[in-house]
Write a protein that binds this ligand. Structure first.
Ligand SMILES: Nc1ncnc2c1ncn2[C@@H]1O[C@H](COP(=O)(O)OP(=O)(O)OP(=O)(O)O)[C@@H](O)[C@H]1O
Length: 601
């Protein structure tokens, strides 16, 4: 009972929200849909009553043989035909409005979901539970709001049918009305129960569905295709894909069979009630208590009324299911995203540069810190290089600097002001960054450079300057369409670049941001040939006279040019100084430098 009430409350809450969503999607269509629904609800009783008039007049006409009775029967027939035409029209109208609304609503909900995704922190994307939530809301939520609204309107329509039928049937017997309603109840109870079970199954299996999506992506996409072929992983992946399906299918099949069997058994109750009433009506007709026309009308009312009632009850079950799915959507849309509080677009100590003060950072859920009390000061125009073994925290440091994450303790200051107090956009506009795992957009060459500064996305002059700094211009000039060449294989006449060429594009992207006075380069030249690398770093100072630069590299030849070098190990800064100072220190840096130098001799 309590569960039933909570189910109804949940339907009410989400039903209201779904209607609001549909209403804001397209008001005119919603109103038209409501009108057609109203007509579809009122017309069936008129048709049933017209049927009674026709039969009674036919019986009368066959008895009297009078022409006016004959014409009256034909007249009623014409009337019924007209009403049926209206009924068909309104049904079509409902279907039409619903299919238009479905498209609009699908788009709207997807935009809401994608818009929300844009406001999320990076940490959200790295959290598998959150990912599940997003997948769940994307998979079903775009069709569910309309389904809920469709069912709500259906409910109104069926209720109208039922009320008008009830008005006709009650003249025969109140008990007949009661019997029909009671007989439909068991089917309703079983529907809501199975709807809940289906939903819980869907919730549990999101991780599996995501695994399936991932396997699909591996098998049917261009990026992994080369490895999948060469390592002959295809069959293994397909087997995994199939195994997940078979496991899910077994659960689905059990539920579907149970649902089907119960629905059938419980619908028998309704059938028995219906035929019981049928016998009763036939009996009364034979006894001459009701006319032949009334018999016809009651049978129509009885049969269709019962269908309408059953469909109201199953609609409530379906609405419950829809509202459960919608709860996923709203749970995702309402996920709290802390509002960035910072407002500042200027520091309190202009030209103080960048300071890390005892910055410690733990990734969510990690027990070991990725950075341990890191401190350094970078002055305007200064170039800092960071070296260290894999996993020592170099990239993490950059993620904190760019505010993709916030320090667990300690603070980072730019021009004397902690990063949290900066307005995020103002801060990010001051930073030009290229990550190790930069994006290869399936856009044109020019746009791939232009995304570095979205305000100047299509500025061809800037593309050229940036590409020249990133040493990309020579090979771009050789492409058939220059900056207009489409990159990647997804779209027509797209072409692929080599790893080093892509890296040059990514480096140029960082140079697009001319307003940036902090340049962050995470392994910017690791895939480039030796000559390109030398060309870039020979001119690096000249190209970035006033910019602070943080350069991460495993190549000591590039690191040398920095004013200061920071050696990191397991989240700690273990050595700091210029190339010469560190060599003199004869510590880790000197050791690694000697190793690399020996390799070149
Ligand atoms: N998103 C993440 N979630 C949890 N832990 C992470 C994440 N990214 C990195 N780590 C962990 O944090 C530590 C520092 O990683 P980081 O990427 O900063 O290393 P790095 O010095 O840049 O390494 P490399 O030279 O391989 O690029 C590593 O132990 C890594 O496993």
């Amino acid at each position: 009972m309590v569960r039933g009430v909570s189910q109804l409350l949940s339907i009410g809450r989400y039903g209201g929200r779904a209607i609001q969503l549909v209403w804001t999607t397209n008001r005119r269509l919603t109103i038209v849909l409501a009108l057609f629904t109203l007509i579809s609800g009122l017309v069936p009783a008129i048709v049933a009553y017209a049927g009674k008039l026709i039969v009674d007049t036919v019986v009368l006409a066959s008895r009297t043989g009078a022409p006016q009775d004959r014409w009256a029967a034909i007249g009623y027939l014409g009337f019924e035909a007209a009403v049926v035409a209206v009924q068909t029209g309104s049904r079509q109208g409902v279907a039409l409005c619903q299919s238009l609304l479905r498209v609009l609503l699908g788009q709207k909900v997807n935009e809401l979901i994608l818009g929300k995704a844009l406001t999320l922190d990076l940490a959200h994307f790295e959290d598998s539970e959150f990912y599940d939530k997003m997948t769940r809301s994307r998979r079903e939520a775009s069709s569910r709001p309309l389904s809920l609204v469709g069912r709500t309107f259906g409910l109104v329509q069926d209720s109208l049918i039922l009320m008008t039928y009830g008005g006709l049937l009650i003249q025969f017997s109140v008990w007949a009305v009661v019997a029909l309603m009671v007989a439909a109840l068991p089917a309703f109870i079983s529907e809501t129960r199975f709807a809940g079970q289906a939903f819980r199954l869907f919730q549990w299996r999101t991780p599996e569905s995501r695994q399936q999506n991932y396997l699909e992506w591996l098998i049917a996409n261009e990026a992994p295709a080369m490895e999948i072929k060469l390592y002959q992983l295809g069959h293994m992946l397909l087997d995994r894909y199939r195994a997940i399906f078979l496991r899910l299918y077994a659960e689905d099949r059990d539920l579907t069979i149970r649902r089907g069997v119960w629905s059938y058994l419980l619908s028998l109750v309704s059938t028995i009630a219906f035929y019981g009433a049928y016998v009763w009506i036939v009996w009364e007709t034979i006894a001459g208590q009701i006319t032949l026309g009334e018999l016809t009308m009651y049978l129509v009312v009885f049969r269709q009324g019962q269908t309408a009632f059953a469909s109201i009850l199953t609609a409530v079950g379906g609405m419950y299911e829809d509202s459960l799915y919608l709860s996923n959507l709203y749970e995702f849309l309402e996920e709290e995203v802390p509002e960035p509080l910072g407002q500042a677009s200027q520091g309190v100590v202009p030209n103080d540069g960048l300071r890390f003060e005892n910055v410690t950072f733990y990734y969510p859920g990690n027990e070991n810190p990725a950075l341990k009390a890191v401190s350094f000061h970078l002055k305007p125009g200064e170039k800092l290089a960071i070296v260290g073994e894999n996993g020592s925290g170099k990239t993490t440091l950059i993620k904190l600097l760019t505010r993709l994450y916030s320090p667990t303790s300690g603070q980072i200051l730019l021009d004397g002001l902690v990063l949290e107090k900066w307005e995020t956009v103002a801060l990010q506009r001051r930073i030009g960054v290229i990550f190790q795992s930069f994006m290869k957009y399936q856009f044109s060459v020019g746009e791939n450079v232009g995304v570095g500064d979205v305000v100047h996305l299509s500025d061809r002059d800037r593309w050229s300057v940036a590409a020249s700094k990133g040493n990309a211009l020579p090979f771009i000039d050789q492409l058939s369409n220059g900056f207009d060449t489409q990159l990647g294989r997804w779209f027509k006449s797209g072409r692929e670049l080599s790893g080093g060429q892509w890296q040059k594009i990514a480096l140029s992207r960082a140079f697009m941001r001319t307003s940036a006075d902090i340049l962050v380069l995470d392994e910017p030249t690791s895939a480039m040939d030796a000559e390109s690398e030398v060309q870039i770093f020979d001119r690096f100072r000249e190209m970035t006279p006033n910019q602070m630069a943080i350069l991460i590299s495993h190549r000591f030849s590039t690191v040398r040019m920095a004013d200061r070098i920071m050696v990191m190990s397991a989240g700690d800064v273990t050595e700091q100084g210029s190339h010469e100072e560190l060599l003199e220190l004869k510590g880790r840096y000197a050791h690694l430098f000697a190793l690399q130098a020996a390799g070149y001799q």
